[in-house]
Design a protein around this ligand. Structure first.
Ligand SMILES: C[S@@+](CC[C@H](N)C(=O)[O-])C[C@H]1O[C@@H](n2cnc3c(N)ncnc32)[C@H](O)[C@@H]1O
Length: 364
């Protein structure tokens, strides 16, 4: 626990002003580049492959699609992976430039060497080899973008403004949505809705564990659930490794409020026995709080979904007050209780009409 507290204090010190944040980023990129020189993180190959399978199983990806990766990071990893198997046009977006060309090439080289591990059809592997051969012949990110039909854009507003209404087939990310400020999440999803074609989807893997655990493995994977917003803000919250602490039920409401039909695919859970919960989390269903990693998919209806968005917004406004939510709240303790039946009633209520709420817990 000592390391947890010390790490939080160090990250808070880096969050003081723009200069300290910039120092943190330089330092982070230096450490990151050393790590990336060692090769692909152990879970990256399996993560990207299962994310892609989720898209394929739902017919959300096809040749010719226009796609966008948000929070593309240092190596455009998820976008590169998809591009290996599909001829898509990609907008790769992030909020700051943390790209590392040497790390990117290291990842691409390793992917080329490990394509055989992916259990994909021979013609897909062949396609990927052709793509990676072109990538590995490039000497700069600009050359890679040209070869892969990528466009790299920095800044949320800049990126979103550069995309016309109804022009994207798919928006995706991995390990990003937990870092989006809670107050910006609804606006982000509304922008996704605007940019997507009817029938398009926004699909995200979200890691819901306590990121401070990176520095202290002795704490519970969801240790942050102990703390009220007040304690969290006072002692642990920081800007440089911000996490929004949103849970599955929060995201479901947000996707609905953004105008989407939402599907939840639980990827990984953690046992909460013995973990005391802060009052504000006690009203959330335990099965939601137990989620460690989830995929959330929002689908834009083929027809106007403003009605469901309005219904979702009404529901969102009834959620328990959260310090960093930017929507009006009525201080009620929320519709969803601990009891699963009540929760399902609430979801059904929200989903009544043509926009169906789909919850896929079989993937647990
Ligand atoms: C943990 S990294 C994941 C990077 C990459 N997706 C990967 O898995 O390799 C989180 C990324 O989210 C980006 N990010 C943070 N806030 C964001 C926001 N509001 N919108 C889009 N990206 C954001 C960060 O800059 C960072 O690149």
């Amino acid at each position: 626990m000592l390391r947890y507290v010390l790490a939080a204090q160090a990250l808070r010190a880096f969050s003081i002003n723009d200069s300290t944040k910039s120092l943190y980023r330089k330092f982070g990129n230096l450490v990151g580049s050393r790590n990336r020189a060692r090769g692909l993180p152990a879970h990256y190959l399996a993560r990207a492959n299962s994310n892609l399978r989720i898209l394929e199983e739902r017919n959300l990806i096809k040749n010719g699609a226009k796609v966008m990766e948000i929070g593309t990071g240092w190596a455009h990893w998820e976008a590169l992976f998809i591009r290996c198997f599909y001829d898509v046009t990609t907008v790769a977006m992030d909020v700051w430039d943390n790209r590392q060309f040497s790390g990117f090439i290291r990842f691409a080289t390793e992917l080329n060497e490990r394509l055989g591990e992916l259990d994909r059809p021979a013609e897909q592997v062949e396609h990927a080899r052709g793509v990676l051969d072109r990538v590995l012949a490039c000497a700069s990110f600009e050359a890679v973008y040209e070869a892969l039909s990528f466009r790299y854009v920095l800044g949320v507003e800049h990126a979103y403004q550069s995309i016309a209404d109804g022009t994207l087939d798919l928006i995706f990310s991995s390990d990003v949505l937990e870092h989006v400020p809670a107050s910006a999440t609804l606006g982000m999803l509304q922008q996704h809705h605007r940019m997507l074609k009817p029938g398009g989807a926004t699909a995200h893997q979200i890691v819901m564990t306590d990121h401070l655990r990176i520095y202290d493995r002795s704490v519970h994977p969801k240790n942050y659930l102990r703390y009220s917003d007040r304690t969290w803000q006072l002692l642990f919250a920081n800007d440089v490794q911000y996490i929004n602490r949103l849970q599955v039920n929060d995201w479901q409401r947000l996707f609905l409020a953004g105008g989407f039909k939402v599907e939840t695919i639980v990827r990984n859970t953690t046992d909460l026995s013995g973990l005391p919960l802060a009052e504000q989390f006690k009203s959330a269903p335990t099965e939601d709080l137990e989620v460690a990693v989830v995929s959330m998919i929002g689908r834009k209806s083929l027809r106007d979904s403003r009605v469901s968005a309005r219904r979702g917004l009404n529901w969102l406004q009834k959620m328990p007050e959260r310090a960093d939510f930017d929507v009006a709240t009525d201080n009620s303790r929320g519709i969803a209780g601990n009891d699963t039946t009540r929760r399902n009633v609430a979801l059904d209520d929200c989903a009544r009409g043509d926009d169906t709420f789909i919850s896929n817990r079989d993937a647990r």
